[in-house]
Write a protein that binds this ligand. Structure first.
Ligand SMILES: [Zn+2]
Length: 224
C-alpha cells in the first residue's frame, strides 16, 4: 500500500485530473438540532461546507458524502440513542446541504463529475465511525474509490469532530492521504466539554493539517 502510493506520487502525479477531493462527514438530520443525537450547532457546518462543494464543482474535485445508515437493531444503539436508521427522516442529509453539487445559471453550470454517497454502520454489530468503513451503492469502499480516481489530498469537514470526523481523518492519514481538516466546518458532540479540543489535538498529532474554508477558497479561487 505504502509503496504503491509512493510510486504514484513520484511518477504519475502530473497525470491526475483529480488530485484533491472533498469529504463531507455525516451531515444528517439526527446529528443536527432537532435530531435524535444532536450536535450543538451541528447545522452551522452546512454553510461553510456548501462553499467547499462550490469550490469542488468549480475545480471538478470528487465529492463524497458519508452517512450513518444503521439497521433498526444494532449493538451500536447500546452506546448511543437510536439515530440515522436507514431510510428514516433522521438519516437524511440536512436539507440545506448541496448534495447535488450543482451551481450556476442556465448558461453555465458547475457540477463535480464524481459526487457520491458512502454509507456505513449497516451491520448489526458495527459502529463504523470512520468514513473509510463506508461503501457506495456499488459496494466500493472509500479508499478504492479514491485510488481509482487518483485522489491524494483530502479536505474533510462535517459531524462530529470527536467521533466520525476524528476516526475518518486519522484513517485518511494512516492510508497516506495528505489530509486537511476544515476547522470551521466541524462541530463536536462534547460528551465532556474538552472532547473537541482533545480530538483536534489527536488529529494534529496523527499528521492532519488544519485549515479553514476561507483559506482553501482563497488558495484555489483567489477569493473567499
Ligand atoms: Zn451511528
Amino acid at each position: 500500500m505504502t509503496k504503491r502510493r509512493e510510486v504514484k506520487n513520484m511518477s504519475e502525479r502530473s497525470s491526475f485530473a483529480n488530485r484533491e477531493a472533498l469529504v463531507v462527514i455525516d451531515v444528517q438530520n439526527d446529528f443536527c438540532p432537532g435530531g435524535s443525537l444532536p450536535v450543538y450547532d451541528g447545522d452551522k457546518v452546512v454553510e461553510p461546507l456548501n462553499k467547499m462543494i462550490y469550490l469542488a464543482a468549480r475545480r471538478n474535485w470528487p465529492v463524497v458524502f458519508s452517512r450513518d445508515w444503521h439497521p433498526e437493531k444494532t449493538t451500536h444503539f447500546d452506546k448511543w440513542p437510536i439515530h440515522c436508521v436507514a431510510g428514516t427522516e433522521g438519516a437524511k442529509f440536512h436539507p440545506g446541504l448541496k448534495t447535488d453539487g450543482r451551481f450556476g445559471t442556465r448558461s453555465r453550470i458547475f457540477q463535480p463529475e464524481n459526487i457520491q454517497v458512502f454509507s456505513k454502520g449497516m451491520g448489526e454489530t458495527e459502529d463504523a465511525y470512520s468514513a473509510f468503513d463506508a461503501k457506495n451503492t456499488a459496494g466500493l469502499n472509500l479508499e478504492d474509490f479514491f485510488e481509482k480516481l487518483g485522489v491524494e489530498e483530502l479536505y474533510v469537514g462535517g459531524l462530529a469532530t470527536d467521533y466520525c470526523v476524528k476516526a475518518s481523518v486519522i484513517d485518511a492519514v494512516g492510508k497516506l492521504f495528505k489530509t486537511y481538516l476544515l476547522i470551521d466546518a466541524i462541530a463536536a458532540v462534547n460528551v465532556k466539554p474538552e472532547d473537541s479540543d482533545n480530538a483536534i489535538k489527536e488529529m494534529v498529532n496523527a499528521g492532519v493539517r488544519i485549515t479553514t474554508v476561507d483559506q482553501v477558497l482563497k488558495k484555489y479561487l483567489g477569493y473567499k
